[in-house]
Structures are given as C-alpha cells and as structure tokens.
Write a protein that binds this ligand. Structure first.
Ligand code: GDP
Length: 420
C-alpha cells in the first residue's frame, strides 16, 4: 500500500474521476494539491450526477477524510453565478454528511471578488472566469489573502493590515467589507459545517505516521501545468507531480506511486497547441459527451499522441498509465492512428517540443493501426478478451510512451476495467 497520486497526462478530462473512484476503497484521505474551482468533476451517486469544483473526490464515502491543500485556490462562497465551497457543501450535505471530515489548509489562498472581476474582464485565454488566474497573480505579487490570515484576525488593526496588503497593488473599493464577509464565510464553514482549518503539512505527516493511506488527486492535466505545459495557454498552478510537494507541504518520498491517466483519443478545452487535433472526431462529440464539465464548451478532439504521453510519463514519474475510453475507438470505421513524433520545420523528432512556437507548428507523424469497428469491448475484463487489434493498439502505445499501461478502462461504469 502507501500513498498514490492520480495525475492527468493530457489537458484534463482524461477520466481521472473514474480511476479515483475505483481506487478509493484503499485510501483514508483524499488530498487536492493544485488548481482551483476551475477544474470541474462529476461524481455519480444513486443515479444522480453532482458537479463538484472545490471538494475532493470521495465525498460519498463517509469514512474518508478530505483535504484541500495550500496549493489550491479557494473560493469560500458564491460570487455571481459561481458557487463557492459553502454552496458545494450545502448541496452535498443534503445527501451525505461532510461534517468533521473536510479539512482546509491554512495556507490556501482565497479567491476575492476583485480577482473574479479581473477575470471576467477577459484576462486569460480559455479562462473559466472564476478568478483563478488573478488570484494566482495575487499570490505571486504578495497581495493574496490566505485562509490562515482570515483565521488569525483578532482586532480591527488586523483587518487594516490585510486591506493595506491588497491596496498596495490594487485600486479596489470596499476592501474592509470584503474582508469581513470572507471572515464570516470562514466562520460559517467552521461553526456551521464542521470544516477544520489545518496546516496541511502537519496534518498529513501525522496521518502518515498513523499509517493512513493518502490519495493525491490531480486536477486538470500535465499539459496545462504552468511550468511544463503549453505555456502560455496553461493554468496558473503546477498540475504535475511536482505540485504535490509544494501544494501540500510534504516531502517527495511520501509519494509511493504515480498513476497517469490518459484517454485513448485526446481532448482539449480552450485555445492552445494540440498537434493531433482532427475535425475527423467532430461527429462523435455529442455521443462521447465531449463538452467541458465546468464551462460546457465543446472540447477539441484528436488522435492519441504517444510522444506527448512519453513526455508526461517522464515528467510525473508515472509508474503505470490508466488508459481510458478505449471502447470509444470501436465507433471509428477507419484505420486508427497514434502519433509517434512530429515534423517541425522539416525536421523529425519523437520528443514533445517544449516551446510554444514549435508546439504550434508541429505536424504529427502517425502510425496507422487496424481498428475494431463495431465491436463492443465494454464487457472485456481481461487483456486477452480484447480484440487482437485493440491489444495491438495498447502495445504500440506503450512502446511509444515508454511506459507500461497497467489499467484499461472500457466503459463508463465502475466495473468496466481491465487490470493488466
Ligand atoms: P476527469 O475530469 O479527468 O475526471 O474526467 P471527466 O470527469 O471529464 O471524465 C470523462 C468522462 O468520461 C466521464 O463522463 C466518465 O464517465 C467518462 N469515462 C471515463 N472512463 C470511460 C471509459 O473508459 N469509457 C467511456 N465510454 N467513458 C468513460
């Protein structure tokens, strides 16, 4: 056993939710380490779908403790039509109690109204308008307000000091009113909903010592990481494995295993490089429900890129890949393709290019493979149950990714899985 990270290898929406759901019984704590309320995930329970943004997976398992880490950018309450943590908890409490099992890091930065307003004036490309970019900016330019700052307020001078911090850079009105409100939201979370504010590092290290097993829940995906993704069309935080250590305050040796989740065809929401994008897949968008969970924007679709997978596997130290949605390729009547490298300015390479310009002009080099059109593979439970063409597809991809594929998801349901 031990502690495990589940990380998306693409641009998010790889099906991490399903893999996490499957692994959940083995873990005591689920911790989110990066991102913010921009990353939506859907959990199904009792035939109903719940769209969550801030709460970690595992809400329906009453024995699990949930941690929102200091690397997470947190909206405490609703602003405009965007829910915050309070509303998510209120909604979930109607079906399952979160009382006493949700922990929030005192180092998490709070998304403030002026961050959301700056976002709605159109800051980032592909932004979800939830204030994530501006709040990350505030974190970096030292005008951010953390959960611990609000908790630490003892008297009026403390409010004034926080106001001063914000006004140093931003010309915003009603700062004191905002701070009173945010403090009141936090009090409601603590007194009304039993949320506990902790130092994430201390909390987790105590949990490790007791022998608890922790699942580190990645959000978005590797290719959206601010350092290693397709900069500048990226998110504001480190979604790769590196984000776990800073986003929770734990040492690298505590991550025992990393599973990388990748889809058999790729998708991306919003602008930015995507070499294998192909309008060939547009006819499948409705059937495959390829629309953003948070924004409902249609996702761009394309062929599986093996070279990019190799990059993501190396970057995260992926022990094995969980390949999802392999069943969908049975819809495709033609020969299948996997990308094995790129042509950039006439030069061939099998390495993912790390500069934006090269990522934008890279032309994929494909290997064609036989498909398995019309065959429903969703009942396969053993690798040998798969059609030979599907086995070959997985093996070829493994070779290109230079990483073992240890799990294959062949349908939406929890049990639709092959453990290789
Ligand atoms: P996440 O953000 O990475 O968790 O990804 P999403 O929540 O957007 O998941 C992608 C969607 O694909 C969800 O609706 C899943 O139910 C669905 N899904 C996951 N794995 C499979 C699979 O193997 N086959 C099919 N057909 N759908 C899947």
């Amino acid at each position: 056993m031990g502690n495990l990270a589940v990380i998306g290898m693409d641009w998010g929406d790889e099906g991490k939710g399903k893999i996490i759901d499957l692994l959940m019984p083995r873990f005591d704590i689920v911790a989110r380490y990066s991102g913010g309320a921009n990353a939506g995930h859907t959990v199904s329970n009792g035939g109903k779908d719940y769209s969550l943004h801030s709460l970690p997976s595992g809400v329906f398992e009453e024995s699990k403790r949930l941690l929102i880490g200091n690397g997470f950018l947190l909206a405490l309450s609703a602003y405009g039509d965007k829910d915050g943590l309070l509303q998510e908890i209120e909604r979930m409490n109607r079906v399952v109690s979160l009382h006493g099992r949700l922990y929030v890091a005192d180092g998490a930065h709070v998304i403030l109204p002026h961050h959301i307003e700056a976002d709605s004036q159109g800051s980032g490309v592909g932004s979800t308008k939830r204030g994530i970019g501006p709040s990350a900016e505030a974190k970096a330019n030292r005008t951010g307000v953390r959960v611990g700052d609000l908790i630490g307020i003892r008297d009026h001078d403390d409010y004034l000091a926080l106001r001063e911090r914000i006004l140093r850079r931003y010309d915003v009105k009603d700062v004191l009113k905002t701070l009173y409100e945010q403090r009141a939201f936090l009090e409601k979370l603590i007194d009304g909903f039993g949320v506990k504010i902790v130092n994430a590092s201390k909390f987790l290290n105590a949990a490790f010592r007791e022998g608890s097993n922790v699942l580190f829940e990645g959000s978005q995906g590797t290719m959206l990481d601010i350092d290693h993704g397709t900069y500048p069309t990226v998110t504001s935080t480190n979604s790769t494995a590196g984000g776990i250590y800073t986003g929770l305050g734990i040492p690298p040796k505590q991550v025992d295993q990393v599973i990388g989740v990748a889809k058999a065809t790729e998708s991306r929401v919003g602008d930015g490089p995507f070499p294998t994008e192909d309008s060939y897949f547009n006819v499948y968008r409705e059937g495959w429900n390829e629309f953003g969970a948070t924004t409902r924007r249609p996702r761009r679709l394309g062929w599986r890129d093996g070279a990019q997978l190799k990059y993501a596997a190396r970057l995260n130290g992926v022990d094995y890949i969980a390949l999802t949605c392999l069943d969908r390729l049975g819809d495709v009547p033609d020969r299948l393709k996997i990308c094995v490298g790129y042509k950039i300015d006439g030069r061939e390479t099998d390495e993912w290019p790390t500069g934006f310009r090269d990522q934008t002009v890279a032309k994929p080099i494909y290997r064609d493979l036989d498909g398995w059109h019309g065959q429903d593979i969703s009942s396969a439970r053993d690798f040998n149950d798969l059609p030979k063409a599907a086995q070959n597809y997985v093996r070829e991809l493994e070779k290109e990714a230079d990483c073992y594929i240890g799990m294959i998801s062949v349908g939406k349901e929890r049990g639709d899985i092959i453990q290789v």
